[in-house]
Design a protein. Structure first.
Length: 215
């Protein structure tokens, strides 16, 4: 399986899949984290429903509610930076695993468990992509052979454009929590446009650089 992953790492399509999957999952976590960090309720569902009761109990925990928010924020930002995405995926995995189990245990309907399961699978994909960075934890000490200095740098994956796009994504994702998008009908469109334009510009620019980076 690891040989197959190494093969995928030579293909631009799979590189782009990893990069934009990091953005997508990171965006979802950062967007959902700010409400908790601000100490606000995540939902207005009545407490006589299982989901409403669960979220109200989490909200009433106070410090733990904010701790969850900060954990999600940090994991999401690490993923979107690309530079620290490997560490971000490791931080993200236990969080999304816990969330997935909760959505399947409590009656969240069918949509939410499906989304969280897909996010969990996406995170596993990201961890497998960076398997060289953690696989040594599962090997006997005397069998560890690792010299990353012999591995050529992937200039496509580490290009500053991806890092810059990640910073922009982070800032734009947080904006709605400080500026009400409902105050003007054009603001939601502008917000979504900023996200799309950032992703498209980064993609187009890097596609123009592919041959140059391989040279």
């Amino acid at each position: 399986m690891f040989r197959l992953i190494d093969r995928f790492k030579t293909l631009t399509f799979f590189k782009l899949t990893v990069i934009y999957l990091r953005y997508l999952i990171g965006f979802a976590f950062v967007f959902a984290s700010v409400v908790k960090i601000k100490g606000e309720r995540f939902t207005t569902l009545p407490t006589d429903t299982p989901v409403g009761y669960f979220f109200e109990a989490m909200y009433q925990s106070g410090f733990y509610w904010k701790f969850l928010g900060w954990s999600q924020m940090i994991a999401g930002i690490l993923l979107m930076t690309q530079r620290f995405a490997s560490f971000g995926a490791m931080v993200f995995f236990p969080i999304i695993l816990n969330i997935t189990l909760i959505t399947h245990s409590v009656n969240f309907g069918s949509g939410t468990p499906t989304v969280t399961t897909l996010m969990l699978l996406g995170t596993i994909y990201l961890l497998l992509w960076d398997y060289r960075k953690w696989i040594i934890l599962f090997k006997p000490d005397h069998r560890i052979k690792l010299d990353l200095s012999q591995t050529p740098e992937d200039r496509f994956m580490t290009h500053p454009v991806w890092i810059a796009a990640g910073i922009i994504f982070t800032i734009v994702t947080i904006i709605p929590n400080f500026i009400s998008l409902q105050s003007h009908p054009a603001l939601p469109v502008l917000w979504v446009s900023l996200l799309l334009v950032t992703g498209i510009v980064a993609f187009v620019y890097m596609m123009m650089q592919v041959k140059k980076l391989k040279a």
